[in-house]
Design a protein around this ligand. Structure first.
Ligand SMILES: Cc1cc2nc3c(=O)[nH]c(=O)nc-3n(C[C@H](O)[C@H](O)[C@H](O)COP(=O)(O)OP(=O)(O)OC[C@H]3O[C@@H](n4cnc5c(N)ncnc54)[C@H](O)[C@@H]3O)c2cc1C
Length: 438
């Protein structure tokens, strides 16, 4: 079942042309559209379903700097600057609150992971600090167990996934962007080796610059253009409550459960570690690309084989652009939540915070997280197709970094000075030739 996402009225008329066309109306696509439109660049964003309907409305809502790959730290700092002023900039509250997110460790091995992050935090001027046993106990008042310690970055926060991408999309519209929903992109038109247009289900938009921000669909779309983008998806399940005890105003993460206070007073709750990998044809296609990360994560990943596998075998790599495509067949990717994972999270939460036993679960859902082999996103031009740019693969932490990633994507797509060094996000690091070069 899809969680609520605030509606965005589609721009009615498909523009005949645009300086930039964006494929995908998740937080990355809408943030890029907003930054472009504010610069006076004509932009059309095409979303096959509804704005924010996939990952961007299904996530936990953490906007965190801590625990990230060091390569992402300049970009997340830029994003946090944007979150801080977003309510004023957009003219509406997207639920951003600077609350910190408490990470709690059960044992010394867990603490070691937090300690390993500290040199990076210091190098990038973050206010991250480790928590003693006593400080960790205060993070979740009423907890029946002790923690070995924890980590917090007071300048981290949380926001409402149901509100953020739609609010940014509406702001982009006010700045002149065309935001088209129920408007799947089928493919590109090319002439003389360059892009000349984007073919949508509602007609063609003439353009020379395209930004693909297609989340879990980016690899498939890229493959239809002959671009190799190693990407796999994992299914992650979430539930939300009606209200709950007053244990945190922000978020808390443990290996067994994670929770985030919502604007409506309830909590979004998930398992802190477990996710499900649905086997598809891509699992075999990209097996060796992902082998190193699988070695680290296999204990926390449940494999599942079913309908999605059969569908992926039937999925062609290229298709005709004059008839409906898979993007029109699936307007909103809405996977079934994994009951056993949510039950385990709830059991552990109630064991640690018994007051939750009285709390009603209002809703459960799941989302497909798009991952890259190194869990760092791709925000990059594509050398084999001038004018084509990709911003995808946010590997389960693209909500918080979305505003900055949208700005960086807007910068590189228009040749503006990039807000941070884009080198760590280059597609070439993942391509087979790039890897062979080391
Ligand atoms: C359960 C869960 C928990 C998470 N928790 C967090 C968290 O706490 N903090 C955090 O920072 N991140 C979190 N994430 C990750 C975060 O949600 C994503 O990284 C981020 O939302 C990705 O945004 P996106 O715009 O790239 O993709 P999406 O939001 O998936 O948007 C992609 C859009 O592209 C559209 N599209 C694709 N192909 C086409 C096409 N051909 N034509 C038109 N439209 C197309 C899709 O319909 C979709 O709406 C979580 C994710 C999940 C699922």
């Amino acid at each position: 079942m899809s969680p609520y996402v605030a509606p965005v009225a589609s721009t009615e008329t498909l523009p005949a042309s645009a300086d930039v066309v964006i494929i995908g109306g998740g937080i990355i696509g809408v943030a890029a559209a907003w930054h472009l439109a504010r610069r006076g660049i004509s932009v059309a964003l095409c979303e096959k379903g509804v704005i924010g309907g996939e990952q961007s409305s299904r996530n936990w809502g953490y906007c965190r700097q801590q625990g990230r790959d060091p390569a992402e730290l300049p970009l997340i700092r830029e994003s946090m600057r944007q979150w801080e002023t977003m309510a004023d900039d957009l003219g509406e509250d997207v639920g951003y609150r600077r609350t910190g997110v408490h990470y709690l460790a059960a044992d010394a091995a867990g603490m070691k992971r937090f300690e390993d992050f500290m040199p990076h935090a210091r190098a990038h001027g973050l206010d991250t600090r480790l928590l003693s046993k006593a400080e960790a106990a205060q993070a979740l008042p009423g907890a029946t167990r002790a923690w070995a310690g924890g980590m917090v970055t007071p300048s981290d926060g949380r926001a409402e996934p149901a509100l953020a991408a739609p609010a940014i999309a509406r702001a982009a519209q006010r700045e002149g962007a065309a935001v088209l929903t129920n408007c799947a992109v089928r493919g590109l038109e090319r002439s003389a080796g360059r892009i000349s247009g984007v073919v949508t289900e509602r007609g063609t938009i003439a353009t020379q610059t395209v930004l693909l921000a297609g989340g879990a669909w980016s690899s498939l779309f890229s493959r239809s253009l002959g671009i190799d983008l190693p990407q796999l998806t994992v299914r992650s399940s979430v539930m939300r409550t009606h209200g709950g005890p007053d244990v945190t105003q922000g978020g808390a993460w443990t290996k067994k459960f994670a929770l985030r206070r919502r604007l409506d007073g309830g909590y979004s709750i998930a398992h802190g570690g477990l996710s499900t990998a649905d086997i598809t044809a891509d699992s075999f296609r990209y097996f060796f690309d992902f082998l190193p990360i699988l070695k680290d994560e296999w204990r926390d990943t449940r494999l599942s084989i079913g309908r999605r596998f059969l569908e992926s075998l039937k999925q062609k790599g290229t298709w005709a652009l004059d008839r409906p495509t898979v993007f029109e067949d699936c307007r909103v990717l809405d996977p079934r939540p994994v009951a056993a994972t949510l039950e385990a999270a709830w059991r552990d939460l109630v064991a640690v915070l018994p007051d939750f036993a009285q709390v009603e679960i209002a809703e459960r859902w799941a989302g497909y997280i798009d991952t890259t082999p190194d869990a760092v996103p791709v925000i990059s031009p594509v050398s084999s197709l001038p004018g084509f740019f990709i911003a995808t693969g946010f590997s389960g932490h693209g909500f918080g970094i979305g505003p900055g990633a949208g700005r960086l994507a807007a910068d590189i797509a228009t040749g503006a000075a990039p807000c941070v060094d884009p080198a760590p996000f280059a597609l070439s690091r993942l391509s087979r030739r790039g890897r062979a070069r080391g």
